[in-house]
Ligand binder design. Structure first.
Ligand code: AVJ
Length: 356
């Protein structure tokens, strides 16, 4: 115990819990060479802490390095993965009604609204909104910087008049936005949040409430347009996270590949199984990586033992009822407006207003 603590003083300084440091006494030489370069990343900190916890877990946001973002884009094209195409066609068909509702709700649009997108990714969905809603500035926020800046460039090329201000950041932490633009009479542009894809489902209900409260603080006087996946036949949900081509499995396993690339870890990918299932009592999909055998893995100089069948919980994807989601939003201080659904009630888009 003493030795382990002395061997890893730099971990303490970086906020790694004592449990992570105490595990198995790190190899000192490896720790000394691997730590300085990488330990300062959120990924290193949270992976070490998550490996030391029981059950083992890591936040889903760490899926999205460049390779993970590209795999996620492939998931969106899969026949089994209904959310993306359903939300895109809903947005396409309802954009005029959605834009009219937003315009009505925020009052004076003046020289256009400001759209702030949380987890913008490839910015495909916002294009449908931009075509329907007069917009003067677009602020996409994404944790995957490369992906974000490439998408921003493409958007600038297609919308020459639009001020595009990407922010590479983790929006689960407090973020500072640039001051809202003023029109020629000095009136601030209404701020419209956009959070498509049901990424809110990655949060636990308590975290979702926290995110909604924080975003409400940023969007006062405007509101939030948010995509929310709905509860449905568990077989449909199961298939969406267990596609026949194994793209979701590759996406899940990329987390380990990313740890190997960025942190010099030595996960053997074939020795871990992608496992995703619907947990009806919590109304969520859970994704796990399950160890196929007893094995040891080294991350940043720390050795972790996996027993056969031991899992690392990598993602939650909560599903909602329309009424349940509206109640959650109301608790966060929003005034729930209309919700638009496809005919099969697979997916919903909600306007949540924030009067002054
Ligand atoms: C981007 C979080 C909405 O939960 O459906 C897709 C991510 N994970 N397949 C989802 C995901 C596995 C996706 N979100």
């Amino acid at each position: 115990m003493n030795n382990a603590l002395r061997a890893t003083p730099d971990l303490r300084a970086h906020g790694v819990p004592a449990a992570a440091m105490a595990e198995h006494g790190a190899d000192r030489a490896a720790a000394a060479s691997a730590l300085p370069q990488v330990i300062d990343s959120d990924f290193a900190r949270e992976l070490l802490a998550g490996l030391a916890r029981r059950p083992r877990q890591i936040a889903a946001k760490f899926f999205y390095d460049a390779a993970g973002s590209a795999l996620f884009d492939r998931i969106c094209e899969l026949p089994e993965y209904y959310p993306t195409r359903t939300e895109l066609s809903l947005l396409g068909e309802r954009a005029p009604a959605i834009a009219a509702c937003i315009a009505d709700s925020v009052g004076e649009i003046g020289e256009g609204v400001e759209i702030v997108e949380f987890g913008a990714g490839s910015s495909r969905k916002v294009r449908l909104l931009l075509d329907a809603l007069p917009t003067r500035r677009f602020v996409p926020i994404d944790i995957s910087g490369e992906h974000l800046h490439a998408a921003a460039e493409e958007l600038r090329a297609d919308h020459p008049g639009l001020d595009v201000r990407p922010i590479a950041a983790d929006f689960t932490r407090p973020i500072e936005l640039p001051a809202v633009p003023l029109d020629s009479k000095g009136r601030p542009a209404p701020r419209v949040g956009f959070f498509p894809g049901s990424s809110i489902g990655n949060f636990t209900p308590a975290e979702a409430l926290g995110f909604l409260r924080q975003s409400a603080g940023l969007l006062r006087g405007g509101g939030l347009l948010i995509g929310v996946d709905l509860v449905k036949d568990p077989a449909v949900l199961h298939a969406a996270y267990n596609d026949g081509d194994g793209v979701t499995a590759a996406f899940n396993l990329n987390l380990l590949a990313r740890a190997n690339r960025e942190l010099g870890a030595n996960f053997e990918l074939p020795q871990f199984a992608h496992y995703a299932f619907y947990q009806p009592t919590l109304q969520r999909i859970e994704m796990h990586l399950v160890s196929r055998r007893a094995q040891q893995v080294r991350v940043c100089g720390h050795v972790f033992d996996f027993g056969e069948g031991e899992s690392m919980h990598t993602e939650n994807s909560h599903k909602f009822s329309v009424e349940g989601f509206r109640a959650l939003a109301a608790r966060a201080g929003y005034v729930p407006g209309p919700a638009w659904c496809d005919a099969q009630r697979l997916f919903s888009i909600h306007w949540l207003a924030l009067p002054h």
